[in-house]
Design a protein around this ligand. Structure first.
Ligand code: ZN
Length: 172
């Protein structure tokens, strides 16, 4: 996926997550911004990407250690981030989770492209549901539809009740 599509989806995932936490407007906007940053972060493993160019030496290090769409696009990465947020970011975990939501939205977006991602890294298998090519005409409509779903999901009754019964007790 291209940077713009990732940013839109990251923005939406941050907003959706903030609604889960019952955040006010400022909280929702902040989480959206943080989510959009998270949505760019996984491509640190690609030196030509926007974030890769911004963090040159770090990107050089990560891209020489890991293949593109490998470790930084994996379930393991999400778990490490969640562990870090739980351990070090409380009581500001909402922003940390917004970042993770952005990262997750990036991984999902890349999974939908032909190249897929090594979601189960270090298992060297590319996993995904390829329905488009990066930069194709389909990309933006798909990104917008997914973004709308991510913003609306927290308002769905089943999602909310799942959150209050299972997820919320973990951090309250
Ligand atoms: Zn990527």
């Amino acid at each position: 996926m291209l940077g713009t599509s990732h940013r839109i989806m990251g923005f939406a995932s941050g907003a959706g997550l903030a609604s889960f936490f019952g955040a006010d407007v400022v909280g929702i906007l902040t989480c959206s911004f943080v989510g959009s940053l998270g949505a760019l972060a996984p491509d640190i493993d690609h030196r030509g990407s926007k974030v890769g160019r911004m963090f040159g030496p770090l990107s050089w290090l990560v891209s020489s250690l890991f293949k593109h769409r490998g470790f930084t696009h994996s379930l393991l990465m999400l778990l490490i981030l969640a562990w870090t947020v739980d351990r070090y970011l409380s009581p500001h975990e909402m922003l940390g989770y917004a970042f993770i939501a952005g990262v997750a939205s990036h991984i999902l977006g890349d999974m939908l492209t032909k190249k897929k991602v090594m979601f189960l890294w270090p298992v060297p298998i590319y996993i995904g549901f390829p329905i488009m090519r990066t930069g194709s005409k389909m990309e933006m409509p798909i990104a917008v539809i997914l973004s709308l779903l991510m913003v609306m999901a927290p308002y769905h009754e089943d999602v909310l009740s799942f959150y209050y019964h299972y997820a919320a007790p973990m951090w309250s």
